[in-house]
Ligand binder design. Sequence first.
Ligand code: NAG
Ligand code: NAG
Ligand code: NAG
Ligand code: NAG
Ligand code: NAG
Ligand code: NAG
Ligand code: CA
Length: 653
Amino acid sequence: MFRWGVGGSSLVLLVPPPLLSAGVLGSELNAPPSPQDGGQAPPDRRPPRCAPPRPRDTSPGPGHPDGAPGSAFLTEPQQNPTPRTMSVLWLPVGLLLSLVPRGLPLSRDPRGGGGNSPGPRPHIVFILVDDQGFRDVGYHGSEIKTPTLDRLAAQGVKLENYYVQPLCSPSRSQLMTGRYQIHTGLQHSIIRATQPNCLPLENITLPQKLKEAGYSTHMVGKWHLGFYKRGCLPTKRGFDTFFGSLLGSGDYYSHYKCEGPGMCGYDLYEGEEAAWEQDRGLYSTVMFTRKAISILANHDPRQQPLFLYLAYQAVHSPLQVPARYLERYKGIPNLPRRKYAAMVSCLDEAIHNLTLALKRYGYYDNTVIVYSSDNGGQPLAGGSNWPLRGSKATYWEGGIRAVGFVHSPLLVKKGTKCRSLVHITDWFPTLVTLGEGTLDEDLNLDGYDVWEAISEGHPSPRQDILHNIDPIYNKAKNGSWKAGYGLWNTAIRAALRVGHWKLLTGVPGYSDWVPPQTFSSQRLTNRWHNEQVRWDRGKSIWLFNITADPYERVDLSQRYPHIVKKMLFRLAQYNRTAVPVRYPAKDLRSNPQYNGGVWGPWYKDEQEEKEEQERYDNLFTNHLGKRRWKNKSKNRKVKRMGERPGTPWTVPE
Ligand SMILES: *[C@@H]1O[C@H](CO)[C@@H](O)[C@H](O)[C@H]1NC(C)=O
Ligand SMILES: *[C@@H]1O[C@H](CO)[C@@H](O)[C@H](O)[C@H]1NC(C)=O
Ligand SMILES: *[C@@H]1O[C@H](CO)[C@@H](O)[C@H](O)[C@H]1NC(C)=O
Ligand SMILES: *[C@@H]1O[C@H](CO)[C@@H](O)[C@H](O)[C@H]1NC(C)=O
Ligand SMILES: *[C@@H]1O[C@H](CO)[C@@H](O)[C@H](O)[C@H]1NC(C)=O
Ligand SMILES: *[C@@H]1O[C@H](CO)[C@@H](O)[C@H](O)[C@H]1NC(C)=O
Ligand SMILES: [Ca+2]
């Protein structure tokens, strides 16, 4: 049997000097072991769990307007969960997978009331932020001030081993379906404005499931999951209402988006029509927040549970922000960084306003707020992922390791950090289960219900993540089947995480470490990252122990070939379950000039639309038929099956 052990080797761990002095790491990433215990330490046998907080994590953000009186923000007394020995975690992961997900204790009250009679189902507010980097939140040691986010996170549960996808459409597709990109056909790049492509209508969405469970479902903000025909629009994919943009990343005030010369159009919608009358030159962060608040004001929280998906355009480029937010960042010399910081501050204020509205209109006590970035930061547009490697659009940690937290009075253990693996596909089963909806077997989810891991610090059922397999992306020049031991062609771009291990093949993308641009002297840090990049040339395979080396500095692929083989074998297994890539050619009919100056559906064939609609309706009715929250014990079971690779660690020697 495969043994997880170090075998007497020692890891060289280098910590960037600026971090040590800034004190960032010890608190927010797993503190790297000291060199003495690097290779010799016995394997950590504790199950991954949400660790109790360090005392300073629970203190509310300093000097915030709402800091003192916010009684609902009171932290609970710290609890010290008794560590449980769980040697099962050291079984082969394939076996583990077969044990844990189905065997989870499901008898909990999802509202965490500790045995109280079940109250009404919780309201769910999902806040997705565009391109916020790992370091772009106050509590990760940023120079950007985010008192609201810091406080909400400190009083909730910080997700400190939380992953998303490296780009907009991929992350959104996985949030909406609970499925990896290889299972929706969206493995490659993003859905471009001019492509006749969208999240396949066959794929059941999170709002569909919540609507089916009786929720009132609303979306405000950026869609970016395609719109070439009407059936693709948010209001056809499970949302009762939609206000926002189909593309995002347009002008923050005029809401125009250009996709190249002569390809410009208005991109603000109310339902399925352009919202011309809504356009009052309002900055989108303010506009979307107002809309979200008006949805809260016009709904009765006691009548029906509400799902609000608030997908901000911020803090993606273009770097635009009302002047008053810039003032506090005069000290940042780098102009893009200064503007970006101001945009984050405006966003922080927006979340503050939203939280006040949740209280004012009677939602707060029974609400689960999830906050998540959609991918890593773009250093060229002000973002920072330091000290993580790479940036947005790469498979390095800087592209996929995200800022995320859950805030809710319903959490059982508040003020904690969850160090269990959590992935963006997990929200689908987690939130549908919280909402007491059904998870039918035919959903074939890639996500896990992680509520107990987050709320109570139980071990997470998730032990691995397929970050992606992209068969279209540029091939690694030196990659080959031979380099992949005949199991995998290492020219192909792919990344897989299993426990501590992360394997990358192909071209992972821009591989530098980009130091924060506020540093006056960058000499030291530059030297560090230049040294490291050199050894990457010509490589097509990397193996990292991410727990020990979250910065991906020490490639272990030569040292642990047997691990590499097992992971390649696993990749090949995943690859066999992939559906064909959908990446159609540009369609010039998409040009807004043929559509009244608006980005919008351009497939006009009514028969085609009608057929699609019928297909969609049937699909939806079928699932409607299987409602609903009557039988909780049954509904709580997250059913998993099918395409997930079986026993990955049985590699033919
Ligand atoms: C999503 O839709 C695609 C295209 O129709 C299909 O191949 C795939 O099986 C669907 N996946 C899921 C998870 O529904
Ligand atoms: C927050 O609310 C205040 C008071 O209504 C308002 O002036 C401000 O513009 C709001 N901020 C955002 C970002 O929505
Ligand atoms: C992945 O699967 C496709 C389709 O079956 C196959 O053509 C390709 O060779 C596989 N890729 C690798 C690297 O195994
Ligand atoms: C390229 O791949 C070959 C075969 O796997 C290997 O021998 C060689 O060292 C690689 N070159 C570099 C620069 O890594
Ligand atoms: C990976 O890192 C973790 C945390 O430092 C350590 O417990 C584990 O033994 C390491 N695994 C190997 C094979 O080095
Ligand atoms: C609920 O599920 C349980 C176990 O599956 C079953 O025994 C019970 O009859 C179900 N109740 C209803 C109302 O369907
Ligand atoms: Ca993004």
